[in-house]
Design a protein around this ligand. Structure first.
Ligand code: NCD
Length: 326
């Protein structure tokens, strides 16, 4: 592609078949180190500039993405579609697997092998932990994990970290409080892991039955991350730089009564936020189902709608990288 001089950027976009991410899967945040993140954030920043200046451009012209979603999604699926189309590529959307051969009992490896005949990259959301790795094993083309059950959601964590950096200027030295369903929330699992690459203090606020998994806490302790658990927000809100709110993941509960007992555990509103710093941000991967009062949306600290926009730029960067164009 040719980039106009006035939009010429610091990081090269173009053909980079030797680029380290060319042809790679993105399955877990464990794949990334800090240098990778700096690179991804740099490319995402550049994508933001390009979208602002020219909207859509031809970096991935002729490339096709298969967007394979076995679970509901609004932001992840539409932002991958928008990312591909803003880069000049196109998308095979399979959101309703019930209308595909999955409904006839086709296995995930067979579905993936089929789609890679037609597409250059596959984005997969699936209810089972490890499904993205199974798909990646079956496929020769890159597979991007868009959420595997309660496992990981690496592209969300990347956009979350990018949001923190864009909004607060840096990540080192911050106190990040993760609130809500820390047991089933794949976004917080990936984000906590990714933040362990930085010097952060992590607070976990959840009902007792929705605590952060012990194995994940052990993994982070071994990396020297300071982690503290709470059941209420009041003790740690005043020191918090990033409050990351999550919904209670109703679909992951075997027992409806257990869900009912914790569903309204925390509500963020203007009154609660009086105890927080003036310069801090509130994030949420969305959808929200009552954890944040919509009246709080006008507060400048409410970053969740900006966060989903940053997701577009990060996903543009990732697609360009795995397709050898960044
Ligand atoms: C999240 C997910 O699917 O894990 N949504 C998203 O991708 N933005 C969060 C959720 O469903 O609660």
């Amino acid at each position: 592609m040719t980039i106009q001089k006035h939009t010429m950027t610091h990081l090269p976009l173009g053909d980079h078949k030797t680029a380290p991410w060319y042809g790679k899967d993105i399955l877990s945040v464990k794949q990334f180190d800090r240098l990778d993140l700096e690179y991804i954030f740099g490319v995402a920043h550049e994508m933001h500039d390009m979208v602002d200046h020219i909207g859509t451009f031809d970096l991935l012209k002729g490339k096709i993405l298969a967007n394979l979603f076995y679970e509901p999604s609004t932001r992840t699926s539409s932002s991958f579609t928008a990312a591909m189309e803003r880069l000049g590529g196109s998308v095979i959307p399979i959101n309703e697997v019930k209308y595909s051969s999955v409904a006839k009992g086709e296995s995930l490896p067979d579905t993936v092998r089929t789609l890679e005949c037609y597409a250059d990259v596959i984005v997969l959301r699936h209810p089972e932990v490890g499904s993205a790795a199974i798909a990646a094993k079956a496929a020769r083309k890159p597979v991007i994990n868009a959420g595997d059950g309660i496992g990981e959601h690496p592209t969300q964590a990347l956009l979350d970290a990018f949001t923190i950096r864009e909004e607060l200027g840096h990540i080192d030295g911050l106190t990040v409080t993760l609130l809500g369903d820390l047991k089933h929330g794949r976004t917080v699992h990936s984000l906590a892991r990714l933040l362990s690459l930085y010097k952060v203090k992590l607070n976990y606020v959840s009902p007792d039955i929705l605590r952060m998994p012990a194995e994940l806490m052990d993994e982070l302790s071994q990396k020297g991350v300071e982690q503290t658990e709470y059941t209420t927000l009041d003790a740690c809100l005043p020191e918090t730089d990033v409050l990351y709110v999550t919904r209670v993941q109703k679909e992951r509960f075997a027992d409806e009564a257990a869900y009912e007992s914790v569903k309204g555990a925390y509500v963020i509103n203007a009154e609660v936020m009086k105890a927080a710093k003036q310069r801090m941000i509130v994030m949420h991967p969305l959808p929200r189902v009552g954890e944040i009062d919509p009246a709080f949306d006008e507060d400048p600290r409410a970053a969740y709608f900006r966060q989903m926009e940053y997701g577009l730029y990060v996903r543009m960067a990732l697609l360009a990288m795995v397709l050898g164009k960044a």
